[in-house]
Design a protein around this ligand. Structure first.
Ligand code: GDP
Ligand code: GDP
Length: 436
C-alpha cells in the first residue's frame, strides 16, 4: 500500500512545479471547484506504465524566513528523507550555477538514487548545453522541457528503473487508519486514549516511510487495526518539520496508506482552511472518512449544540455528506469506545460489492423516479450499471453519450445507491461509459 516516492529538488525557477504538474497531470477534482478550497500542489500521485507513485515538489515546501541557501538545503533534506528516487532538476537556460552545486553537495551525502534532469531544453540546439552538467557527478543528464512536455517519458523510464523492489506485504488483514488534523487538535491524546482502551498486540512495526510507525491492536471484539502514526507524534526538531506545508505533505502521505481517515477537528476552534485541504485530499484519494470533533468537553452545551455544530460541518464540507460525525473527548473519553466499531463499519462499506442484477433494479427505479435529462435536445439514456472496483466502490454506467451524464445526475445516482445500500463513510465513484 505504501507507494514508491519521487521528490523533485533544485534551486528556485528551474521549473520544478512545472514538471510536477506535467507528471501529476490534471486529475479531475471535485474538491478544487469547491469555494474556499485551494490545492496545495506539493504532493500528488502520478503513474507511468503500470507504476503508481507519490510525487513531492520540495520547492512547494517553502520554509519562510529562512535564507536562500538554508531553504534549498532543507528542501534537499526533505527529499532525502522522504523519497525513494530523487529528481535533481537544473536548467539549460541558465546553465550550471553555484546554487545547483549547493544542492548537489547535500545530495552527495545521501545514498538515495538521484536522477539528473536538465529542464528548459526546449529545442535540439539546446541539447548541447546539457554537457556542462556532467560536472555535477550524477551521471547522464536527461534533457526535458516542462514547457513543451518533451523528454518526460525518458525521465519517467529512468525513475521507475530505480524504484526499490516492492516489499512483500505480509498477509495483513487489519484495518489501517490514521488520525489527521492540525497541530493541537488532540491527535496524540486520542491515540493514547484509543490504545489505552484496547489490547495492543504489536507495539510497533517498521513502516516503509522513514519514520512511520504503525501500531497494531485488537478491539474487544477481536478486530485487528493498524494505526498509522503521523508527523505530529514524533517530532525531532528539524526546522522544516514545523512548517504547515510539510505537515500537510506528511498528512497526505499518511492518508495514502490508510483505509479509513479520521479527520480530527477541535471543537473549540471550529473548521479551518487546513482541515479542508486535508479532508479534500482524503476524499479525492477515495478513502473512508470519519469526522471526529475532539475536545467536546470544553464546550458549554445545550440541546442544540451538537446539531448546530454538525450543520456547520455539513456546510463547510459539502462534498463529505457521506462522512459520519462523532463528538468525542480525549480527556473524558466520551464516545471514544465507539470509534473502533465505526472504523470497521466504514471499512466494510468501502469493500462492499453489489451484484449487477441488484444494481440494475436500483437503476430502473432511479430512472423511473427522476427521468434522465435532455441536453440540447438529446436525451441521456442509461442502459446498465456494474461495480468495477472497491475502495472506493466504483460503478461504470453505460449510457448513449457520456457527455450527457452530468454531475447532477451522477450525484442523483450516487444518492440512490446510498439510500439503498450502506455506503456510510465512503466516497462513491461513477464512471460514465458509452455503450457500444
Ligand atoms: P520552480 O521554482 O523550480 O518550481 O519553477 P517553476 O515551475 O515555477 O518555473 C519557473 C519559470 O520557468 C516559469 O516562468 C516557467 O514558465 C518557466 N519554465 C518551466 N519549464 C520551462 C521549460 O521547459 N522551458 C522554458 N523556456 N521555461 C520553462
Ligand atoms: P496534537 O498536536 O494534535 O497531537 O494534540 P495533543 O494530543 O498534543 O493535544 C494538544 C493539547 O490539547 C494538549 O494540551 C491536550 O492535553 C489537549 N487536549 C487533547 N484532547 C483534549 C480533549 O478532548 N479535551 C481537552 N479539554 N483537552 C484536550
Amino acid at each position: 500500500m505504501a507507494l514508491p516516492t519521487v521528490a523533485i529538488v533544485g534551486r528556485p525557477n528551474v521549473g520544478k512545479s512545472t514538471i510536477f504538474n506535467r507528471i501529476a497531470g490534471d486529475r479531475i477534482s471535485i474538491v478544487e471547484d469547491t469555494p474556499g478550497v485551494t490545492r496545495d500542489r506539493i504532493y500528488a500521485r502520478g503513474d507511468w506504465l503500470t507504476h503508481e507513485f507519490a510525487l513531492i515538489d520540495t520547492g512547494g515546501i517553502d520554509i519562510s524566513d529562512a535564507p536562500f541557501v538554508k531553504q534549498i538545503q532543507e528542501q534537499a533534506e526533505i527529499a532525502i528523507e522522504e523519497a525513494d528516487v530523487i529528481v535533481f532538476l537544473v536548467s539549460a537556460q541558465e546553465g550550471l550555477t553555484d546554487a545547483d552545486e549547493k544542492v548537489a553537495q547535500i545530495l552527495y551525502r545521501s545514498d538515495k538514487p538521484v536522477v539528473l534532469a536538465v529542464n528548459k531544453t526546449d529545442n535540439p540546439e539546446q541539447r548541447q548545453d546539457i554537457y556542462d552538467f556532467y560536472a555535477l557527478g550524477f551521471g547522464d543528464p536527461i534533457p526535458v522541457s516542462g514547457a513543451q512536455g518533451t523528454g518526460l517519458g525518458d525521465l519517467l523510464d529512468l525513475i521507475i528503473s530505480k524504484f526499490p523492489e516492492p516489499k512483500q506485504e505480509d498477509e495483513d488483514e487489519s484495518v489501517h487508519f490514521s488520525l489527521i488534523g492540525r497541530p493541537n487538535v488532540g491527535k496524540s491524546s486520542l491515540v493514547n486514549a484509543i490504545l489505552g482502551d484496547n489490547r495492543v498486540i504489536v507495539s510497533s512495526i517498521e513502516g516503509t516511510t522513514r519514520d512511520a510507525i504503525d501500531t497494531k491492536f485488537t478491539d474487544p471484539d477481536g478486530q485487528e487495526f493498524s494505526m498509522i502514526d503521523t508527523a505530529g507524534i514524533r517530532k525531532r526538531g528539524k526546522v522544516y518539520e514545523n512548517t504547515e506545508r510539510y505537515a500537510v505533505m506528511r498528512a497526505m502521505r499518511a492518508i495514502d496508506r490508510s483505509d479509513v481517515v479520521l479527520v480530527v477537528l477541535n471543537a473549540e476552534e471550529g473548521i479551518r482552511e487546513q482541515d479542508k485541504k486535508i479532508a479534500g485530499y482524503a476524499h479525492e484519494a477515495g478513502r473512508g472518512i470519519i469526522i471526529v470533533v475532539n475536545k467536546w468537553d470544553t464546550l458549554k452545551k445545550d440541546n442544540h449544540t451538537m446539531d448546530k455544530f454538525e450543520t456547520k460541518i455539513r456546510q463547510e464540507f459539502q462534498y463529505l455528506d457521506y462522512a459520519p460525525v462523532v463528538f468525542v473527548s480525549a480527556v473524558t473519553k466520551q464516545r471514544l469506545q465507539t470509534l473502533p466499531a465505526m472504523i470497521k463499519t466504514v471499512h466494510d462499506n468501502q469493500i462492499r460489492r453489489i451484484q449487477s442484477s441488484v444494481l440494475n433494479d436500483v437503476l430502473l427505479d432511479a430512472v423511473a423516479l427522476t427521468p434522465t435529462p435532455s441536453i440540447h435536445g438529446r436525451r441521456l439514456r442509461v442502459y446498465y450499471m456494474t461495480q468495477v472496483a472497491i475502495k472506493p466502490p466504483t460503478f461504470v454506467v453505460f449510457v448513449n453519450d457520456p457527455e450527457l451524464l452530468h454531475f447532477s445526475y451522477q450525484r442523483f445516482l450516487i444518492n440512490q445507491l446510498r439510500s439503498t445500500f450502506d455506503f456510510t463513510g465512503t466516497p462513491i465513484k461513477i464512471i460514465p461509459r458509452k455503450r457500444k
